[in-house]
Design a protein around this ligand. Structure first.
Ligand code: AMP
Length: 305
């Protein structure tokens, strides 16, 4: 493995990406896909990829296809210079930062990847077409970067599951690796959208991670104990408008029944002020159970730095 700390090559066009890609000395290339406004969660993905591969490509692309008409595309933070510095420090070789007309030269694509039923629940229930938009751009960026591995955060658990499904169902020649959620010291899951929060919103937002922790602590006592413990925390915070709080099977996203024992996903979404936040924790339900960073049966990586 080589170590790079020089300034990454920035490619804006397909031609520039191809040239930058061809200049890499090894074919062992990993990609980290982002929408920019990078924080330490993104940096951990990059570091985890950096530790295991010769080269890392980061994509920075605000994908209009995955934003609904009433969502925050226009106000989404754009911080390219700071992003570039984070990429440089984390050892990125190439940044691909295209505009929508580069990714979608013919306008909105008529042909898209369909996320299917798993894309219609949880996040998909309130964000119609969101996951079709995500999978379509992930598919395109996998082709364009020709990466052998792609790193995604457990923070976006449903997205991660759907990307794994797409790669499996459509035989993409790439390994999908997940990285545990990176949190602030007080438990708040890092997110580019946290910059929307006022100081008081941010206090309110802590109820999400608190609820997940409470739920996970109740894991030895079964699914309803998990749900009840998490719900009790959320009802204490009326300023968090909860969209969903669920304990679901990690592969089917179906609510786990009361007899269920084993790995499950405890996930929450809530609107706080003007901001919609999501968070989750993998848990093991049953005797000796509790929170875990990642699910055991899928490839995952931590950055050791
Ligand atoms: P985004 O820029 O929000 O689309 O995120 C790009 C990638 O970073 C996705 O794979 C996310 O799951 C991942 N990511 C975002 N926030 C975190 C976090 N707090 N911890 C770990 N990964 C994250």
């Amino acid at each position: 493995m080589t170590t790079t700390t020089s300034t990454p090559v920035v490619a804006h066009t397909r031609e520039e990406l191809k040239a930058a890609r061809e200049a890499l000395t090894s074919r062992d290339v990993a990609v980290v896909m982002t929408m920019g406004a990078l924080h330490d969660g993104h940096a951990q993905l990059i570091r985890a990829a950096r530790q295991r591969h010769d080269h890392v490509v980061v994509t920075i692309f605000l994908n209009p296809l995955q934003f609904g008409p009433k969502e925050d595309l226009s106000r989404y933070p754009r911080t390219f210079d700071a992003d570039m510095e984070i990429c440089r420090e984390a050892g990125v070789d190439v940044i691909f930062a295209p505009t929508p007309d580069v990714v979608y030269p013919d306008g909105d694509p008529g042909v898209r990847v369909s996320a299917g039923p798993l894309g219609e629940v949880l996040e998909g229930a309130s964000r119609a077409g969101h996951f079709d938009g995500v999978l379509t751009v992930v598919g395109k960026l996998l082709h364009l970067t020709a990466a052998r591995s792609a790193y995604f955060g457990q923070k976006d658990a449903q997205q991660l599951l759907l990307i794994r499904r797409m790669v499996r169902d459509l035989d993409f020649p790439v390994d999908i690796v997940s990285v545990p959620t990176v949190r602030e010291a007080d438990g708040l899951a890092m997110s580019s959208r946290n910059t929307y929060l006022t100081a008081s919103d941010r206090e309110v937002a802590l109820c999400l991670s608190r609820a997940l922790r409470a739920g996970a602590e109740a894991a030895p006592f079964g699914p309803s104990a998990v749900r009840r413990a998490a719900r009790e925390v959320l009802v204490e915070e009326p300023l968090a408008l909860v969209d969903y709080l669920v304990l679901v099977h990690p592969q089917t996203l179906a609510d786990v029944p009361e007899w269920y024992r084993g790995e499950a996903l405890l996930a929450v979404a809530a609107r706080i002020g003007t901001t919609r936040l999501i968070d989750n924790t993998p848990v093991v339900v049953g005797p000796g159970g509790g929170a875990v960073d990642v699910f055991s049966d899928v490839p995952h990586a931590r950055a050791d730095v």
